[in-house]
Design a protein. Structure first.
Lengths: 210, 319
């Protein structure tokens, strides 16, 4: 459908106003919110994610596209809730306590959202209590943790231990990322997944929930 | 670098994005291969040179390159950090800073704003930018208007000492009764690929602030002159080489192919496009979300950012 293609293109370009107008138009044509979401908005984010993977676009362009997607989502959300449309999964994500770096985490959050996940972003400097509370209250499927400095990466293990202690570890998949961590560290702390870059994080997460 | 001499390179361009692209090309092609403290054992040595970069029109358009490691809202947050001290409250206490790498406190050891506007020496706190403004307002041609960041007691033992070392400014007559403000910034070390551009957006915004304050004090028009940026070590880290070189087998483009595949307009943004994202980028960053999110920010700094926000919402304000 031409309108999905147009929405996707405008998301990719980061044109929030055009995305909003096109979505209103699509809803007026009685196209379902689910179709608009997956074929229009997610379609646009898929284009930019693919370009990002292939080093064909710049980081700020991903975030500009994400703003346009969020603008569209704000219109669609009530319709999606009414139709009880399920996302790919619910991800609680944050940079761990003591670490104020959030750029990588933000890009991963955008990539996950673009891949159809519902993302609850807890921000930076997140204590384990906040991760636990969100996993419980939001019934998350995935916990994503990021750290940029070697002195804070060990906190990821503390969060995993806290999840075990609360009996929540088996209810969620834990994914980690950030400059100082690697697959070997993920194995050591018993995380379920590690992605070396934001571009591969969404595919890895989808794989874990299959 | 067979001679053992670090190359000395020079870049002269009208705008910030043009200077950024040219500097990357120059350092990549002519820089020396040297290791840095941040290279991991598996990384190739970084590409490095001493570089002097002149931007003739610091607010010339397009002012924003699209290649940097953050979003536009995050860039706005960083500008507020440098010019208004938005994150001065993230700096750890002195006793923790003095522990050097033994400190378990992961908060910061400095901010540029803290060092430039509130430099601590003995029991005094010195507003060096305020002194620069006073000195230049009194004697425009003075060669003594400068602000330093380095603290020889606090910085050598830490893991991440300041990269910016000094800012130096001087006024020249514009021939029409006003002034032209020139600014030089001096950097010990600099991540060209992922930090230079954001640094320069913040420092040129500071340049404009200083010019405005001098204009207010002298009641004369103060225009912005050239911005000069001098780095002892301007480098492209070895860990970025994959991104710079690309990977043809996996269909990953090189950085230079990415540049060539688009027109200059398609790899930059002008200030009009960027301004709404500086106010609120829609994904949690920018001045409005920052004021909502950072409840611990001291009141005086909050007020300065609120004022900046209201100016930004005016039509003629250029980010």
């Amino acid at each position: 459908m031409e309108i999905f293609k147009n929405i996707a293109e405008e998301v990719e370009k980061g044109h929030s106003d055009s995305v909003e107008n096109l979505i209103e138009k699509a809803l007026a044509q009685e196209i379902s919110a689910e179709e608009i979401l997956y074929q229009g908005l997610v379609g646009g984010m898929n284009i930019i994610s693919e370009k990002f993977k292939n080093n064909e676009c710049f980081i700020p362009e991903v975030l500009v596209a994400a703003k346009a997607m969020n603008a569209g989502l704000a219109i669609l959300n009530p319709f999606l809730a009414e139709a009880k449309v399920r996302s790919e999964g619910r991800v609680v994500i944050g940079t761990v306590k003591g670490d104020l770096h959030d750029i990588g985490k933000n890009i991963v959050a955008m990539m996950l959202q673009g891949a159809g996940f519902e993302v609850i972003d807890l921000g930076a400097d997140v204590p384990k209590e906040k991760f636990l509370e969100s996993v419980k209250n939001k019934q998350a499927d995935v916990v994503g943790m990021s750290a940029l400095i070697t002195t804070t990466m060990s906190y990821m293990k503390e969060v995993i231990e806290a999840l075990k202690k609360e009996g929540l570890r088996d209810t969620v998949k834990v994914i980690i990322g950030g400059a100082p961590v690697n697959q070997s560290y993920a194995d050591t702390i018993e995380a379920d997944g590690y992605a070396p870059d934001a571009a591969s994080a969404a595919d890895m997460t989808k794989g874990l929930l299959k | 670098m067979k001679s053992g001499n670090i190359p000395v390179l020079s870049v002269n361009e009208d705008t910030i994005p043009r200077a950024y692209e040219k500097a990357i090309k120059e350092v990549w092609e002519k820089g020396a291969s040297i290791r840095t403290e941040y290279d991991r054992p598996e990384d190739p040595p970084s590409r490095d040179a001493t570089v002097i970069i002149t931007v003739r029109k610091p607010f010339g358009q397009p002012r924003f390159h699209r290649s940097f490691a953050d979003g536009l809202g995050g860039l706005a947050d960083y500008v507020m950090e440098v010019i208004h001290g938005a994150h001065d409250y993230w700096v750890k206490p002195l006793e923790e800073i003095l522990k050097g790498i033994e400190s378990k406190d992961t908060r910061w050891t400095y901010t540029y704003h803290g060092r430039l506007f509130e430099y601590r020496i003995e029991d005094k706190v010195i507003d060096q930018i305020g002194l620069m403004i006073d000195k230049l307002s009194k004697t425009g041609y003075t060669r003594r208007a400068q602000a330093i960041t380095w603290n020889p007691k606090l910085d050598p033992p830490t893991e991440d000492p300041p990269c910016l070392q000094r800012v130096w400014g001087r006024l020249c007559d514009d021939g029409k009764g006003g002034y032209i403000f020139n600014l030089n910034t001096h950097w010990r070390s600099r991540d060209l690929f992922k930090a230079w551009f954001e640094n320069v957006i913040a420092l040129t915004t500071l340049m404009r602030k200083i010019a405005e304050m001098i204009s207010e004090k002298t009641k004369k028009q103060v225009q912005l002159g050239r911005y000069v940026d001098i780095s002892d070590s301007l480098h492209i880290y070895g860990s970025y080489f994959r991104e710079i070189k690309g990977d043809p087998e996996k269909g990953i483009k090189s950085f230079f192919e990415k540049l060539e595949s688009r027109s200059f307009e398609e790899r930059t943004w002008n200030s009009d496009f960027v301004k709404p994202y500086f106010i609120n980028d829609g994904v949690g960053k920018g001045l409005k979300p920052m004021l909502e999110r950072e409840k611990e920010m001291p009141g005086e700094i909050r007020k300065a950012i609120e004022k900046e926000l209201s100016m930004m919402e005016e039509d003629d304000y250029i980010v």
